[in-house]
Design a protein around this ligand. Sequence first.
Ligand SMILES: [Fe+2]
Length: 239
Amino acid sequence: MRILVLGDIHSNWVALRAIEETFDFCVFTGDLVDYGTDPLPCIDWIRRHANASVRGNHDHAVAQRVQGAGKTGYRRLAAAIRPLHWELIDTRRQKFLARLPVTTHFRVDNLSLHLVHATPRDPMDEYLNADPVAWKQRLVSVNADIVCVGHSHSQFHLNLDEIQVLNPGSVGQPRDGDPRAAYAIIENGNVSLHRIEYNIDEAVEQVRSTGVPDWVVELNKEIWTSGGHLSKEQMDEFC
Ligand SMILES: [Fe+2]
Protein backbone atom coordinates (compact mmCIF):
# COMPACT_ATOMS: atom_id res chain seq x y z
CA MET A 1 0.00 0.00 0.00
CA ARG A 2 1.15 3.50 -0.86
CA ILE A 3 0.33 6.15 1.78
CA LEU A 4 0.70 9.83 0.83
CA VAL A 5 1.56 12.07 3.80
CA LEU A 6 0.89 15.81 3.45
CA GLY A 7 1.12 18.74 5.85
CA ASP A 8 1.01 22.56 6.06
CA ILE A 9 -0.65 23.27 2.72
CA HIS A 10 -1.54 26.82 3.79
CA SER A 11 -3.96 27.76 1.00
CA ASN A 12 -1.34 27.21 -1.71
CA TRP A 13 -3.31 25.30 -4.35
CA VAL A 14 -0.63 25.64 -7.05
CA ALA A 15 1.81 23.77 -4.79
CA LEU A 16 -0.71 21.08 -3.78
CA ARG A 17 -1.76 20.56 -7.40
CA ALA A 18 1.85 19.85 -8.38
CA ILE A 19 1.94 16.67 -6.28
CA GLU A 20 0.80 14.10 -8.78
CA GLU A 21 1.55 10.95 -6.81
CA THR A 22 -0.69 7.93 -6.97
CA PHE A 23 -1.77 6.68 -3.55
CA ASP A 24 -4.07 4.23 -1.83
CA PHE A 25 -4.45 6.21 1.38
CA CYS A 26 -3.79 9.86 2.28
CA VAL A 27 -2.89 11.39 5.62
CA PHE A 28 -2.91 15.13 6.37
CA THR A 29 -1.11 16.59 9.40
CA GLY A 30 -2.87 19.97 9.60
CA ASP A 31 -2.74 23.63 8.53
CA LEU A 32 -4.80 23.66 5.36
CA VAL A 33 -5.30 27.43 5.45
CA ASP A 34 -3.75 30.88 6.20
CA TYR A 35 -0.71 32.61 4.62
CA GLY A 36 -1.73 31.76 1.04
CA THR A 37 -4.93 33.04 -0.56
CA ASP A 38 -6.53 30.07 -2.34
CA PRO A 39 -8.14 28.03 0.46
CA LEU A 40 -11.20 26.57 -1.30
CA PRO A 41 -9.57 24.06 -3.69
CA CYS A 42 -7.17 23.03 -0.90
CA ILE A 43 -10.02 22.33 1.54
CA ASP A 44 -12.02 20.50 -1.13
CA TRP A 45 -9.05 18.34 -2.16
CA ILE A 46 -8.40 17.26 1.42
CA ARG A 47 -12.11 16.63 2.06
CA ARG A 48 -12.24 14.41 -0.99
CA HIS A 49 -8.92 12.57 -0.77
CA ALA A 50 -7.59 12.50 2.81
CA ASN A 51 -8.54 9.39 4.76
CA ALA A 52 -7.28 10.87 8.04
CA SER A 53 -6.59 14.51 8.97
CA VAL A 54 -5.92 16.62 12.04
CA ARG A 55 -6.48 20.28 12.84
CA GLY A 56 -3.58 22.71 12.76
CA ASN A 57 -3.34 25.94 14.73
CA HIS A 58 -4.18 27.96 11.60
CA ASP A 59 -7.22 25.77 10.79
CA HIS A 60 -8.39 26.36 14.34
CA ALA A 61 -7.85 30.13 14.16
CA VAL A 62 -9.69 30.47 10.84
CA ALA A 63 -12.57 28.18 11.89
CA GLN A 64 -13.02 29.91 15.25
CA ARG A 65 -12.66 33.39 13.76
CA VAL A 66 -9.67 34.30 15.88
CA GLN A 67 -8.47 37.76 14.96
CA GLY A 68 -4.78 37.73 13.99
CA ALA A 69 -2.82 39.96 16.34
CA GLY A 70 0.71 39.67 14.95
CA LYS A 71 2.59 42.88 14.31
CA THR A 72 5.61 41.35 12.54
CA GLY A 73 6.74 38.48 10.32
CA TYR A 74 4.63 35.38 9.73
CA ARG A 75 2.07 36.40 12.35
CA ARG A 76 1.44 39.70 10.61
CA LEU A 77 1.08 37.89 7.28
CA ALA A 78 -1.49 35.49 8.78
CA ALA A 79 -3.39 38.40 10.34
CA ALA A 80 -3.48 40.22 7.00
CA ILE A 81 -4.96 37.35 4.96
CA ARG A 82 -7.36 35.96 7.57
CA PRO A 83 -10.28 38.30 6.70
CA LEU A 84 -10.01 37.11 3.08
CA HIS A 85 -10.36 33.52 4.33
CA TRP A 86 -13.52 34.44 6.26
CA GLU A 87 -14.92 36.06 3.14
CA LEU A 88 -14.20 33.01 0.96
CA ILE A 89 -14.91 30.07 3.28
CA ASP A 90 -18.60 29.17 3.57
CA THR A 91 -20.22 27.60 6.64
CA ARG A 92 -19.86 24.04 5.33
CA ARG A 93 -16.12 24.37 4.85
CA GLN A 94 -15.74 26.29 8.11
CA LYS A 95 -17.43 23.40 9.95
CA PHE A 96 -15.09 20.95 8.25
CA LEU A 97 -12.07 22.85 9.63
CA ALA A 98 -13.66 23.26 13.08
CA ARG A 99 -14.47 19.56 13.37
CA LEU A 100 -11.06 18.20 12.42
CA PRO A 101 -9.74 16.21 15.39
CA VAL A 102 -6.72 17.47 17.30
CA THR A 103 -5.17 14.00 17.24
CA THR A 104 -6.14 10.70 15.68
CA HIS A 105 -4.80 7.17 15.90
CA PHE A 106 -5.55 4.28 13.56
CA ARG A 107 -4.17 1.20 11.82
CA VAL A 108 -3.53 0.99 8.12
CA ASP A 109 -1.47 -1.47 6.08
CA ASN A 110 -0.43 -3.26 9.29
CA LEU A 111 0.96 -0.02 10.72
CA SER A 112 -0.20 1.88 13.75
CA LEU A 113 -0.21 5.61 12.88
CA HIS A 114 -0.64 8.54 15.27
CA LEU A 115 -1.39 11.98 13.80
CA VAL A 116 -0.90 15.31 15.54
CA HIS A 117 -0.12 18.73 14.08
CA ALA A 118 2.56 19.86 16.57
CA THR A 119 3.48 17.47 19.43
CA PRO A 120 1.51 15.19 21.79
CA ARG A 121 2.41 17.55 24.66
CA ASP A 122 0.92 20.59 22.93
CA PRO A 123 -1.01 19.32 19.87
CA MET A 124 -1.41 22.58 17.99
CA ASP A 125 1.35 24.94 19.09
CA GLU A 126 4.68 23.46 20.20
CA TYR A 127 7.49 23.85 17.65
CA LEU A 128 9.86 20.90 17.55
CA ASN A 129 12.33 20.20 14.76
CA ALA A 130 14.31 17.00 14.21
CA ASP A 131 15.58 16.72 17.81
CA PRO A 132 15.61 12.99 18.74
CA VAL A 133 16.01 13.54 22.51
CA ALA A 134 13.14 16.03 22.71
CA TRP A 135 10.88 13.81 20.58
CA LYS A 136 11.58 10.77 22.79
CA GLN A 137 10.44 12.82 25.80
CA ARG A 138 7.25 13.84 24.02
CA LEU A 139 6.40 10.29 22.94
CA VAL A 140 6.67 8.31 26.20
CA SER A 141 2.89 7.79 26.36
CA VAL A 142 2.35 7.25 22.62
CA ASN A 143 2.12 3.72 21.33
CA ALA A 144 2.48 3.77 17.53
CA ASP A 145 4.78 2.66 14.74
CA ILE A 146 4.87 6.08 13.09
CA VAL A 147 3.88 9.48 14.52
CA CYS A 148 3.06 11.90 11.67
CA VAL A 149 3.42 15.60 12.50
CA GLY A 150 3.67 19.03 10.86
CA HIS A 151 3.83 22.60 12.19
CA SER A 152 7.60 23.29 11.92
CA HIS A 153 7.48 23.32 8.09
CA SER A 154 10.70 21.28 8.08
CA GLN A 155 10.92 17.83 6.55
CA PHE A 156 12.41 15.01 8.63
CA HIS A 157 12.16 11.34 9.49
CA LEU A 158 13.49 10.13 12.85
CA ASN A 159 13.91 6.47 13.75
CA LEU A 160 13.74 6.34 17.56
CA ASP A 161 14.12 2.67 18.57
CA GLU A 162 10.47 1.51 18.79
CA ILE A 163 8.84 4.53 17.17
CA GLN A 164 9.35 6.73 14.12
CA VAL A 165 8.56 10.43 13.77
CA LEU A 166 7.69 11.70 10.30
CA ASN A 167 7.26 15.31 9.34
CA PRO A 168 6.46 15.39 5.60
CA GLY A 169 7.47 19.07 5.45
CA SER A 170 5.25 21.81 4.16
CA VAL A 171 3.42 21.56 0.83
CA GLY A 172 2.64 25.25 0.58
CA GLN A 173 5.23 27.13 2.63
CA PRO A 174 8.54 25.28 3.17
CA ARG A 175 10.88 26.96 5.68
CA ASP A 176 13.96 24.76 5.30
CA GLY A 177 15.59 26.71 2.47
CA ASP A 178 14.24 24.42 -0.26
CA PRO A 179 11.35 26.15 -2.07
CA ARG A 180 9.95 22.95 -3.57
CA ALA A 181 6.70 21.51 -2.20
CA ALA A 182 7.42 18.81 0.39
CA TYR A 183 5.62 15.54 1.13
CA ALA A 184 6.31 11.95 2.16
CA ILE A 185 5.32 8.47 1.09
CA ILE A 186 5.00 5.39 3.29
CA GLU A 187 5.09 2.31 1.11
CA ASN A 188 5.09 -1.21 2.52
CA GLY A 189 6.17 0.28 5.86
CA ASN A 190 9.10 2.24 4.41
CA VAL A 191 9.22 6.04 4.63
CA SER A 192 10.61 8.24 1.84
CA LEU A 193 10.83 12.04 1.72
CA HIS A 194 10.04 13.90 -1.50
CA ARG A 195 10.19 17.39 -3.05
CA ILE A 196 8.58 18.69 -6.23
CA GLU A 197 8.99 22.02 -7.99
CA TYR A 198 5.85 24.03 -8.58
CA ASN A 199 5.05 27.24 -10.45
CA ILE A 200 5.74 29.88 -7.77
CA ASP A 201 5.07 32.72 -10.27
CA GLU A 202 1.54 31.37 -10.79
CA ALA A 203 1.02 31.13 -7.03
CA VAL A 204 2.20 34.74 -6.60
CA GLU A 205 -0.15 35.94 -9.34
CA GLN A 206 -3.04 34.13 -7.65
CA VAL A 207 -2.27 36.07 -4.45
CA ARG A 208 -2.09 39.34 -6.41
CA SER A 209 -5.45 38.61 -8.09
CA THR A 210 -7.24 38.64 -4.73
CA GLY A 211 -6.52 42.34 -4.21
CA VAL A 212 -4.56 41.94 -0.96
CA PRO A 213 -2.00 44.69 -0.20
CA ASP A 214 1.23 44.66 -2.26
CA TRP A 215 3.37 43.82 0.76
CA VAL A 216 1.38 40.58 1.26
CA VAL A 217 2.06 39.59 -2.37
CA GLU A 218 5.77 40.45 -2.13
CA LEU A 219 6.26 38.78 1.26
CA ASN A 220 4.63 35.55 0.07
CA LYS A 221 6.85 35.67 -3.02
CA GLU A 222 10.02 36.08 -0.93
CA ILE A 223 9.02 33.31 1.49
CA TRP A 224 8.15 30.93 -1.35
CA THR A 225 11.25 31.63 -3.47
CA SER A 226 13.69 31.48 -0.53
CA GLY A 227 12.13 28.41 1.06
CA GLY A 228 11.37 30.50 4.13
CA HIS A 229 14.99 31.56 4.61
CA LEU A 230 14.29 35.18 5.51
CA SER A 231 15.56 36.87 8.64
CA LYS A 232 13.05 38.56 10.93
CA GLU A 233 14.42 41.93 9.80
CA GLN A 234 13.97 41.00 6.12
CA MET A 235 10.38 39.89 6.78
CA ASP A 236 9.58 43.09 8.64
CA GLU A 237 10.84 45.19 5.72
CA PHE A 238 7.77 44.13 3.73
CA CYS A 239 5.27 45.25 6.35
FE1 LIG B 1 1.84 25.61 9.43
